[in-house]
Design a protein around this ligand. Structure first.
Ligand code: F6R
Length: 241
């Protein structure tokens, strides 16, 4: 696990977008695993800029997103499909048919989860996965628990995640209580993982990545098993190291 600390989120995001751009230059049909949330937004803006400057092309890139709220359709303005379209896909030359976000409004969610897992496999697996960290240590929506799931599944959101995400909704009552998320193995099978963490609210989690043990109550600690992980954070997120 490689730790990279930067003065500010801006510099950290520049570093992250350079890693992603290099990956795409090396393999034009790269499979990118993508996250939503506040943290990767500037990285996505940098990628759109690099695309505009003809530094990289997404024409052959395929993407799979980590998660989606249950019950929200892709045109709901708080769905993760909508987030991805407005924060990245609408601004780059990607073929939208090559972009995949779990369908939170599928009639048969279990079947959709199985199909999503198979899709990742059929694409040849994830070359580079982008992750954020929940304040409670979740990755994707693998929430702190006594047990963690391997594959894509439906999960209940914890009170702390509902609390953290209510800022995007009109009221807390509107935050969906469930989500579909890639599982721990779906994430850990990625060939390379980059984790972004900014601000003091992530400082405890960045510190937990230095601890010498795995804890299902802090799912991000399972990244220690992986051999190719870059943790990219600003000095506030690194303040407890
Ligand atoms: C989003 C996701 C979540 C976020 C995490 C951090 O697709 O999977 O795990 O990465 O909740 O969110 P922000 O970046 O908003 O602090």
């Amino acid at each position: 696990m490689r730790f990279h600390v930067f003065e500010s989120p801006k510099e950290a995001s520049a570093f992250a977008s350079n890693i992603i751009a290099e990956q795409i230059k090396q393999k034009e049909d790269t499979v990118l695993g993508l996250a939503t949330g506040s943290t990767p937004i500037e990285t996505y803006q940098n990628l759109a800029e690099k695309n505009k400057n003809n530094e990289i092309s997404f024409k052959k890139v395929r993407t799979v997103n980590l998660d989606e709220y249950v019950g929200l359709s892709g045109d709901h303005d708080q769905s993760y499909r909508y987030f991805m379209n407005t924060n990245l896909f609408d601004h780059i030359d990607i073929n939208k048919e090559n972009t995949h976000v779990p369908l939170g409004d599928a009639e048969d969610l279990e079947k959709m989860c199985e199909e999503y897992e198979k899709l990742i496999q059929d694409l040849g697996g994830i070359d580079l996965q982008v992750l954020g960290i929940g304040n409670n240590g979740h990755i994707g929506f693998n929430e702190p628990d006594i047990k963690l799931y391997n594959e894509t599944h439906v999960t209940d959101l914890t009170e702390s995640t509902i609390e953290a995400n209510k800022r995007f909704f009109e009221s807390k009552d509107e935050v969906p209580r469930q989500a579909v998320t890639m599982g721990m193995a779906s994430i850990l099978r990625a060939k390379h993982i980059i984790v972004l963490a900014f601000g003091t609210s992530k400082a405890d989690m960045v510190k937990r990545l230095k601890d010498a043990y795995l804890d299902p109550q802090c799912p991000v600690t399972f990244l220690k098993i992986h051999e190719n992980v870059d943790i990219i954070f600003d000095k506030d997120a690194g303040s407890k190291l």
